[in-house]
Design a protein around this ligand. Structure first.
Ligand code: ADP
Ligand code: ADP
Ligand code: MG
Length: 500
């Protein structure tokens, strides 16, 4: 087992990882930027090393400085968390070359799954169903032909994409030119790579992903699914497991496809196979189509891993560390079971009434809910500053119930108890989602939030702001209000985000 682990991340996930390290008897090294000088993650570690100024490029994305910090503190391993360098194959390779252990998959696996176009080709070869589409297109007329063959609507997607960036839905041929131009621009800005692919756009789709887990001795299993269809801007807000849509047969079929996908890239450690699920084809045997398609693999720990932990009883981060140290993962697929129901709500400092625009400021009052079956993974305390430099995730609120119904009730009660004053939050918005009959009946698809709110993604995303080198948030044009007083949804009923 490792004696000392450096955590190359910040906020709630750095703290989550630190806890696992401490439980396993490993010392922890935190790294922090200027903006995180007084942050909880830096204070909770055994040692904390300053790595640069506040911009991610100068700190959490600076591979050289992180490796120097690990060597200087005599750490023997690095856990990358999620985001930042977690899916950067060259970082994983550099960690290895420095005779440190990267707590994650091999650099080769990361590379193989890092590109949406290449990974799709690889998955087709491995017999994993993928969304019908074309890769490697160059000219606009090629795109046009491809789109015609697929049939509109189609989705233009950045091959190097992530975090919902570089994606455009195209409903008719006239929209294709503009979609290609803007997706290319966004992709080249954010990833320095403007290659695009085009695939069938699946309306009313659900996002259902499978957790996979493997050791370095060739043992690989799945840890069941997570339903992640409640999204805004192609990013998840609420996740749950089990998915209300899956039958035991489909679960088995998709779980096997997930394991095959991971095996095709010799995967070990924790990973996630994301599928797009078409509920209109949910009787695949009859339609002759699987009804689920490989989207991408995230070669890292996922934000929503806690719901899998609560329903399987496994500590995924501990197991990540243990298999990275060479231990065997002891459970066979048959020994693994799902029990009860878990839901995660991502509590964001953002304004649902204003295009989910990030909100910054000092947390004047901050009280997390407690109680049986309630878990909060967070990195903030009262008095802390929510800065514009990083993802505005305040906390992950996770609940466990015997059934979906009891889990929803528990989440509603826990959200009522959650106090976060000083910034605008999405807490009331999530209450409205949880009590809506589309949600309670399990019908929420990935575009549901945007359709319900009549919301158009006209706002620059948080990540595009970062990519634009952090122009001052105040100079960005905010969209005009999208308030629709007749909508049963009412996040704006409490425009300050202050809760009673
Ligand atoms: P996941 O697929 O794990 O649920 P998302 O799809 O919501 O995560 O986001 C993609 C990844 O990018 C996540 O790991 C998210 O935390 C990460 N990410 C995006 N922007 C940032 C940022 N500014 N700082 C840290 N992580 C970020
Ligand atoms: P990212 O790397 O940004 O997470 P993904 O390929 O995982 O990109 O897609 C993100 C989200 O976009 C999905 O969760 C889903 O909501 C939507 N999406 C992606 N592909 C399709 C598709 N072919 N049809 C419908 N929705 C899609
Ligand atoms: Mg994804």
């Amino acid at each position: 087992m490792f004696k000392k682990i450096l955590i190359a991340n910040r906020g709630e996930i750095a703290i989550r990882i630190m806890r696992a390290c401490k439980e396993l008897g490993a010392k922890t090294v935190a790294v922090y930027s200027d903006a995180d000088k007084n942050s909880m993650h830096a204070q909770l570690a055994d040692e904390a090393i300053h790595i640069g100024d506040s911009s991610p490029k100068q700190s959490y994305l600076n591979a050289d400085v992180l490796i120097q910090a690990a060597l200087a503190s005599q750490a023997d391993a690095i856990h990358p968390g999620y985001g930042f360098l977690s899916e950067n194959a060259s970082f994983a390779g550099t960690v290895d070359s420095a005779h440190l252990t990267f707590i994650g998959p091999s650099a080769d696996s990361i590379r193989a799954m890092g590109d949406k176009a290449e990974s799709k080709i690889r998955m087709k070869k491995a017999g994993v169903p993928t969304v019908p589409g074309f890769e490697g297109l160059e000219s606009e007329s090629d795109f046009k032909k491809a789109a015609e063959e697929i049939g509109y609507p189609v989705l233009v997607k950045a091959a190097a994409g992530g975090g919902g960036k570089g994606m455009r839905v195209v409903n008719q041929p006239e929209e294709l030119h503009e979609a290609i131009e803007s997706a290319r621009g966004e992709a080249s800005n954010a990833f320095g790579d403007d290659r695009l692919l085009v695939e069938k756009y699946i309306p009313n789709a659900h996002h259902i992903e499978f957790q996979v887990f493997g050791d370095q001795h060739g043992h690989l299993v799945h840890l069941f699914e997570r339903e992640c269809s409640t999204q805004r801007r192609y990013q998840k807000i609420i996740e749950e497991t089990p998915s209300p849509l899956l039958t035991p047969e489909l679960r088995k079929q998709m779980g096997e496809a997930a394991v095959n996908a991971a095996r095709a890239v010799n995967y070990y450690n924790a990973g996630t196979i994301e599928f797009i699920f078409d509920p209109s084809l949910s009787t695949p045997a009859l339609s002759g189509d699987e009804g689920f398609y490989f989207l991408e693999m995230n070669t890292r720990l996922q934000v929503e891993h806690p719901i899998t932990e609560l329903t399987t009883g496994l500590d995924l981060v501990q197991w990540q560390i243990r298999v990275a140290a060479g231990e065997r993962f002891p459970y066979s697929q048959e020994q693994l079971t799902q029990r009860g129901h878990a839901i995660e709500c991502r509590v964001y400092a953002e304004d649902p009434a204003n295009g989910f625009f990030p909100s910054t400021g000092k947390l004047l009052q901050y009280i997390e809910p407690r109680g049986p079956g309630i878990r909060v993974d967070s990195g903030f305390r009262a008095g802390d500053e929510v800065s514009h430099f990083y993802d505005p995730l305040l906390a992950k609120l996770i609940v466990f119930g015997e059934s979906r119904e009891t889990a929803i009730q528990k989440m509603q009660a826990a959200l009522r108890e959650f106090v976060a004053h000083g910034v605008t939050t999405n807490i009331d918005f999530m209450q409205d989602v949880l009590s809506h009959e589309d949600f309670t009946s399990g019908k929420v698809s990935t575009k549901w939030v945007e359709n319900k709110f009549n919301w158009k993604p006209s706002t620059p995303t948080f990540e595009s702001l970062i990519a634009a080198s952090l122009a001052d948030l105040t100079i960005v044009n905010r969209p005009s209000s999208i308030v629709n007083e007749h909508d049963p949804f009412s996040p704006w009923k409490n425009p300050n985000g202050f809760r009673n």
